[in-house]
Design a protein around this ligand. Structure first.
Ligand code: GAL
Length: 940
């Protein structure tokens, strides 16, 4: 429920109660990633055929099977998130090529959580950053969420369902990854982070701080809107203090606003801050400011949150393309999916940073996350690294479920200066129809409600020229391929800004300079366009020549699993990337680097120089350079020289002789830079090259390490393909391996990998809290082994909620009416009688009465790890004398009627048992089950 925007009152900062100390009960954001239990495959439940089960089935906490709180998950695999189970499995020709020939299927996750009594009354949210693909979440057997997409996060208010103190909460998640949303590898499982966020009952809503600067006149305005939310039972008058903090940490503007938050309602508090001359967010100097909001009641801080923001303007001009901060900026963009070698879609943040830095090195200034929103941490990186983002929604559909996914994305991402434009779809068959237009119009409008500053586009691959089409609802028309339509569309719609949202789609195998269709090998001379795309050079030529096309998003920046076009089995991942799946540059990387990098010389010889048997024959030598001229020297002798076409680059035929081939980049006869390739001998030793030498000891930091082979003289061996074994010892572990070969079926989760054209990658991750070092050893038959050592550096660990041990509580009980004579513990209650016995959950206290007998009955699933004859069935406190019966047999009694515990050994037996407690009250005394009943495992 939304209520009015409240009175806005700007106060002098000095008068605000800004300096009150943070209270201990302020927000906690705890990682829930550790200590999950996982089961691959579905968990069947029994068919419901009886009345009793049917009756219970639809009840709030009536989940069956693995969703139930007391399900027996002993024997499930223990793991930490993020997790992608698809990448753990083998390749299988019977599986879907689009998904990389990996089995996806169904999986279950469970986790136990204990919350202190002091959390009672706070607002508690369970957050899943993304789960592939369809998933359902239960808390303590109560279904709390269903989400039919693998690309959006969920912030679930679980406050009402939780239990505190000694009680253990159960989180169960069923993941259906047979459901597909894409035609690329999507992974399977809880592959992004999970969080538990505890806040005061009156708090700032998740993604509830919106602060996106707007240029106004000579200065800047920062409109700030804070969404407040309350799970309290009464209205609360509050104030919100907002400060703007510059990159040096100095507060440069502030304001305050008052609001009243009604119970179980949200309320928006807004104000404006002004800043005359901020340091701008630019691609080369991405200055980030912080906006902090502190919520107070009577001066006491209740909650606080912070977002980063940047001061920059974005404008798409129909004739001149994109202007960033008023400067014409051609988009040098790439489309990328989200999987990486070794780890599938469960990509550690530091590996994302490695990928983005590599793209930046290529000259990329913009990323289109295809075809879905990326992880939140990735956008923090694009902000920091100075990369623009086209943020794309997965599903073209304005119906409520799907619209919620779109608005989730906009709410989460609208503060990021890197996000320059939203995209509502990719290549939708309805795009050229009236239906498509009407759908697009509604989605664009939903975006505008949340963000009035950014334009909206969509990636259209047809339908642009029909009478009514989706483009008419967009701010910027996005074209996928269709370079033939650039001029026509611009001519017919001269007022509509345009950009390529996708282009190129050319094939290339890293390090290969020959074509071998039988072996599914594509050369790297950029002469292998797809039938719908272009070569890299032609794609850029068409865009570079047209100022009205804002820029390029080439398909694709990085290879990805699945879509092994133009081949199928055994090829299992894409050939489109300018960078391979492990992050190693292909020839297209250097071609675009020459196109895009302006601030330093680029020169790169594309083929290797190992062509035994080709002596005297011409070898095609392509040189990628941003210099106007290039000279080639072979063994010190000039063998060719020529101009470099800024799009086509320079190509020569050089008769092959073993030795050193050098390319010298020249301007006006002056050398700017040079590159060389050298004929190598056979591999003699391995080399390990970590991307970094130090690892943060937070248990998350991961470093890619390149393994390569050199000959006896230390020269790289470009075609080496040795199988390399890795040994990792010390304070971390090997989390995956890869080599960028789209045809490889070697395992990602392994301690060995073959080099592919001279290179492979292993990824190591630190141990949480580890001290010292991580030692790596690479060995291969006949080669001298390589060693490397990474040092662990102390870093604050992400605060985590520890996982509790599974505990079987018996919560749902039936209670017989009292009777004056001894009750029969074996009495059968008819399955269709829901009412003659009552219902309750411990504590179940009966007020003093004349002596009476009562039966308490429940059912329990005994976990396999407790079904060993050593577990105890424990009633923590029973008032009255009592007998315990299990499945019709008496197991023990308590003769003293004083309140006290009753514990009986639970014999080995059936999983599912019926427990009956017969209680005899003492006249005038209370009686009953006064505390929890549980099955206590031996040794716990
Ligand atoms: C496009 C599509 C991309 C990818 C690409 C391959 O049509 O949007 O997701 O499939 O083709 O060329």
């Amino acid at each position: 429920m939304k209520i009015r925007t409240i009175e806005v009152l700007c106060l002098l900062w000095a008068l605000a109660t800004c300096c009150a100390p943070a209270s201990a009960a302020e927000r906690e954001r705890l990682s829930l990633d550790q200590g999950w239990l996982f089961h691959l495959g579905d968990v069947p439940t029994f068919p419901i055929r009886d009345h009793g089960s049917s009756y219970y089935n639809g009840k709030a906490d009536g989940a069956w099977g693995a969703a139930a709180a007391d399900f027996d998950d002993s024997g499930w695999r223990r793991l930490d998130l993020p997790h992608d189970w698809a990448v753990e499995g083998p390749f299988d020709a019977k599986e879907n090529p689009s998904q990389g020939y990996r089995h996806r299927g169904i999986g279950w996750y469970r986790r136990y959580l204990q919350l202190p009594n002091s959390d009672r009354g706070r607002h508690i949210e369970l957050q899943f950053d993304a789960v592939a693909t369809n998933s359902t979440v239960w808390i303590n057997g109560i279904v709390v969420n269903r989400n039919w997409s693998g690309y959006n996060g969920r912030n679930l208010d679980v406050t009402p369902y939780l239990r505190y103190g000694d009680d253990i909460n159960t989180i169960a998640v069923r993941v259906d990854a047979d459901a597909m949303e894409g035609w690329w590898y999507e992974g399977a499982g809880i592959y992004r982070h999970t969080w538990l966020v505890k806040r005061d009952a009156v708090h700032i809503a998740t993604d509830g701080l919106h602060a996106d600067p707007v240029r106004s006149g000579k200065g800047w305005t920062l409109p700030v809107a804070v969404t407040l939310e309350s799970s309290a039972a009464t209205a609360h008058p509050v104030s919100v203090d907002v400060s703007l903090i510059d990159p040096a940490g100095v507060e440069v503007s502030h304001g305050s606003v008052r609001a009243t938050v009604q119970p179980l309602a949200t309320s928006d508090a807004s104000l404006h801050l002004e800043l005359r001359a901020p340091r701008l967010w630019t691609l080369s100097d991405p200055n980030l400011y912080r906006v902090r909001a502190v919520l107070r009641e009577g001066g006491r801080p209740l909650d606080r949150t912070e977002v980063q923001t940047g001061f920059r303007t974005i404008r798409f001009d129909p004739d001149k393309g994109l202007f960033l901060n008023g400067a014409s900026t051609k988009i040098q963009g790439v489309c990328i999916h989200q999987d990486h070698a070794g780890v599938g879609v469960a990509v550690p943040e530091s590996i994302w940073e490695f990928r983005l830095r590599r793209l930046k090195e290529m000259g990329v200034n913009a990323i289109r996350f295809a075809h879905n929103a990326p992880a939140a941490e990735v956008l923090a990186m694009t902000d920091r690294l100075g990369l623009l983002v086209l943020d794309e929604n997965r599903h073209f559909n304005p119906s409520p479920d799907y619209l919620q996914q779109l608005t989730w994305m906009v709410r989460r991402d609208r503060n990021h200066p890197s996000v320059m434009i939203w995209s509502i779809f990719n290549e939708e068959p309805l795009q050229g129809t009236e239906v498509g237009y009407e759908m697009a119009r509604r989605m664009v409008s939903a975006v505008k409600v949340l963000d009035a500053t950014r334009p909206v586009t969509a990636a259209m691959h047809a339908g642009l020229f029909t009478p009514v089409n989706a483009a008419q609802a967009l701010d910027v028309v996005g074209l996928n391929y269709q370079s033939w339509a650039y001029d026509r569309y611009h001519k017919e719609h001269p007022t509509r800004p345009m950009t390529s949202t996708e282009d190129t789609s050319a094939y290339m195998s890293r390090g290969e300079f020959r074509n071998d269709p039988a072996a599914h090998v594509m050369d790297s001379y950029d002469d292998q366009p797809s039938s719908w795309g272009t070569t890299h050079r032609e794609g850029w030529r068409a865009i570079a020549a047209r100022p009205f096309i804002a820029g390029s998003f080439l398909w694709s920046g990085i290879d990805y699993r699945g879509e092994p076009t133009p081949y199928e089995w055994p090829s299992a991942s894409s050939f489109f990337g300018a960078i391979d799946l492990a992050g190693f540059p292909k020839a297209a990387f250097y071609i675009h680097q020459a196109h895009w990098v302006k601030d330093r010389p680029v020169v790169k010889i594309l083929p290797h120089w190992n062509w035994p048997g080709r002596e005297g024959q011409p070898v095609k030598v392509m040189v990628a350079s941003n210099a106007p001229r290039v000279r080639l020297l072979l063994n010190g002798q000039v063998v060719a020289e020529g101009d470099v076409d800024p799009i086509d680059m320079a190509s020569f035929n050089v008769p092959y002789t073993a030795g050193v081939l050098e390319a010298v980049a020249l301007r006006g006869g002056v050398e700017l830079a040079r590159d060389k390739v050298e004929t190598s001998g056979p591999p003699a030793r391995l080399v390990l090259t970590p991307d970094r030498r130090a690892l943060a000891n937070d248990g998350l930091d991961a470093v890619p390490v390149t393994v390569s082979a050199v000959d006896a003289q230390g020269r790289p061996v470009p075609l080496a393909n040795a199988l390399v074994r890795f040994d990792v010892e010390g304070e971390g572990s090997l989390i995956g391996v890869g080599n960028g070969d789209p045809n490889s079926h070697e395992a990602d989760k392994a301690s060995e990998r073959s080099l592919y054209n001279g290179l492979a990658q292993l990824i190591v991750q630190s141990r949480r809290g580890g001290t010292g070092a991580l030692s790596l050893r690479a060995s291969a038959a006949g080669l001298q082994e390589a060693h490397a050592e990474l040092t662990l550096q102390a870093a604050p660990a992400v605060a985590s909620a520890p996982s509790a041990e599974p505990t079987t509580y018996m919560l749902v009980w039936r209670i017989s009416p009292p009777q004056a004579t001894r009750a029969d513990p074996k009495v059968v209650v008819a399955g269709n009688d829901m009412n003659s016995w009552g219902w309750g959950e411990p504590p179940m206290r009966q007020e003093p009465e004349a002596q009476a007998y009562r039966l308490y009955r429940s059912e329990v699933n005994v976990r396999a790890d407790a079904n060993d004859g050593h577990a105890l069935l424990t009633f923590r406190k029973v008032a009255g004398s009592a007998e315990v019966w299990v499945d019709g047999a008496k197991l023990g009694d308590k003769q003293n009627p004083e309140p006290g515990p009753l514990s009986v050994p639970l014999p080995r037996g059936a999983t599912h048992r019926q427990v009956t407690l017969m209680v005899q009250s003492t006249p005038g005394q209370p009686s009953g089950i006064l505390d929890r009943v549980l099955v206590e495992h031996s040794g716990r």
